[in-house]
Design a protein around this ligand. Sequence first.
Ligand code: CA
Length: 345
Amino acid sequence: MARAERPLYHGRVTKWLMLMALSAAACSHAGGHAATRLAEEEFVRVPGGILFMGAEDTFPDELPVVPVRVRPFLMQRTEVSNRQFSCFVAATGYITTAEKAPDLLVLMTALPAGSPQPDADQLVPGALVFRLGDGWNWTPGANWRQPRGPDSSIEGHAEDPVVQVSWDDAMAFARWAGGRLPTEAEFEWAARGGLVQQRYSWGAAQNGADGHWNCNSFQGDFPVSDSGEDGFRGLAPVAQFAANGYGLHDLLGNIWEWCADWYRHDALQQLAHTPGLAEDRGGPLTSRDPDEPGVAKRVLRGGSFLCHPAVCHGFRTSARMKSTPDTGLMHTGFRVVRDVLRLSR
Ligand SMILES: [Ca+2]
């Protein structure tokens, strides 16, 4: 299977700070400043256990299946929404990666040796936008407020997941919200929803007995036409599909979600060589992607509204994706986890 939706260029930047209109009122409904952060009710407790990570019948980077101990943690029920991200920006004045012009020196340092220098017209704020029939294109002016470019807006989409956010942006939000990004093992464990070695959060079959779709993915003729048989052409607001066994929505489908870990193609092989039972320690210490050697990438999980079962089939519990930490994409966001506080004896 080809990974047709994986873009080849690395997202970034913007110079316009336009503090937009999801107002302070939407952020202060529960009181003062502290209440603008994610409330406890946003989270569910995910129990610890032994995750059989990976799958035997798919991409090589999901091999081998390896047992990993995952500790209990708290996970946000849904993806971070535009409303929640707006509160963060209003409280902090944070400017996302896609809103800043790329620094040429930083960019060239991140690219493999010998890479050509980008044209000057590419060194402007922007991010990657997908259009049916046209694929992925670097789009100046695309950012979380204008996810499909300057002519788009999130007005009326407060409960859509925030997108066009880089790994760095996601980390900044998570710290502000008193949490962190999930490890890759935590994400997979959570996505499995208490089921063991099932392809999807809801079981082995992609669709329900009546043919209904269980998450927001892509139906139709990819990448030309999206028939929207699952009820959504493009992005869906959070929690439009049933929660999994842990009470978590949309870990599969809708958007790819950033994880804390560096991406390595052989991460599961490394875990398999661990003496005794492997513990989730937050992934590899370094990144390696044979598709683009020398480019450090973070893990993405969960698949998106652009995942077609016959193309990338990313909306599987074991499916792995990768991108550079500065990348913004219109199908990529995140959610926050928190540690379970344990009382010492
Ligand atoms: Ca869809």
